[in-house]
Write a protein that binds this ligand. Structure first.
Ligand SMILES: [Zn+2]
Ligand SMILES: [Zn+2]
Length: 347
């Protein structure tokens, strides 16, 4: 029989109906190929993120260089952050709300904000699962640098860091990259999770995320991995097959405030978890998102930053859109057990 489960943090409801589904290993939809060996010269020649094509992007706002590659124009980069060529939001002096219609029914504002692309690696066919731990640490360092810089803009209310991996996750560009969008508003869904966290804090006097970590550690069956600073779990009410949350053990509202030691640990954890998905499920498409408290609301006792990974192994369809109830045809406990059994590559 299926089960209705509620995510205590977001209050989302999910139908867990695993008997409708395949076994975890049946999600492995294609064999992992050594993409670096494909030698797809044409694709790389047209790729705006490949070395040699830098002019196809705007001027970098941040560049990291490869070790021992010297200085000056000949130096080889290891990571670049560039403005998005087709930005969802653009920099401006100020934000202004404009209303239209009878009783000011329609509300709009100018599309102020920032939209940047993190070109994570110079090699076209890499992905986080195949990168060195050092390279992943560089990606996290760039997220933190840009987060801190962008939060200085008084127009910015919320900074979202995310990675779309593969066409089903929203990108056709294979070159490894993630994106950062700084927006001038805090949408209702984000506000709702914060309000629920505040409510829990007011009642219980502690952070709901810290409580979740304790509970999952006690129950154990949904824990995928645990390190000194992080725990990775398949959430109790996972919205889709193989949803994973990576949560820091130390309470911090903002991602940008993590220590160097935590950053190093997170690089290993992120690479390890994505490598389990890569090898266990055949390089599935996925989105990951870093959820951090809105900058101006930090420090906060009630909110706890974390990273959510949502592999694209099922479609959001009419039922989800109509009811806001998610339908997951897999068991989070079964998925966690499957991922624990996958040997991640030499991490
Ligand atoms: Zn490329
Ligand atoms: Zn906490």
């Amino acid at each position: 029989m299926s089960e209705l489960r509620q995510n205590t943090i977001t209050k989302d409801w999910v139908v867990i109906a695993p008997e409708r589904s395949k076994r975890p290993d049946e999600f492995k939809h294609r064999k992992v190929q050594d993409k670096r060996a494909e030698q797809d010269v044409k694709e790389q020649a047209a790729c705006p993120f490949c070395p040699g094509n830098e002019a196809m992007c705007g001027e970098a706002v941040l560049t990291y260089y490869q070790k021992d590659s010297g200085k000056g124009p000949q130096a080889k980069w290891s990571l670049r952050v560039v403005p998005n060529k087709f930005p969802a939001l653009v920099e401006d002096e100020e934000t202004s709300r404009i209303t239209e219609g009878i009783g000011n029914f329609f509300v709009k504002m100018n599309g102020v904000g920032h939209h940047e692309v993190v070109i994570e690696h110079p090699e076209h066919f890499q992905t986080i699962a195949t990168m060195s731990r050092e390279a992943v640490e560089g990606i996290l360092a760039s997220y933190i640098e840009r987060y801190q810089q962008l939060s200085e803009d008084p127009c910015v209310q919320l900074i979202t860091i995310f990675r779309n991996n593969g066409p089903r996750a929203g990108t056709s560009l294979r070159h490894p990259h993630s994106q950062i969008i700084a927006s001038p508003i805090i949408p209702i869904q984000i506000r709702h999770v914060i309000e629920e966290a505040v409510r829990y804090f007011d009642t219980m006097g502690r952070c709901i995320f810290c409580t979740m970590i304790e509970q999952e550690k006690t129950v154990e069956k949904r824990v995928i991995s645990e390190t000194e600073h992080f725990i990775s779990v398949a959430p109790f009410a996972s919205r889709s097959p193989f949803e994973i949350w990576i949560v820091p053990k130390r309470h911090r509202a903002s991602f940008a405030k993590i220590s160097d030691v935590e950053k190093r640990d997170l690089a290993g954890v992120l690479r390890d978890i994505l490598s389990r998905l890569y090898h266990g499920l055949g390089d599935p498409d996925y989105n990951y998102m870093i959820h951090s408290a809105p900058y101006h609301e930090d420090p906060a006792d009630y909110y706890h930053w974390h990273l959510q990974i949502l592999p694209k192994l099922s479609e959001v369809a009419g039922f989800e859109l109509g009811s806001s109830i998610y339908l997951n045809t897999t068991s989070p406990e079964e998925n966690a057990r499957f991922l624990r059994g996958i040997k991640a590559s030499n991490s």
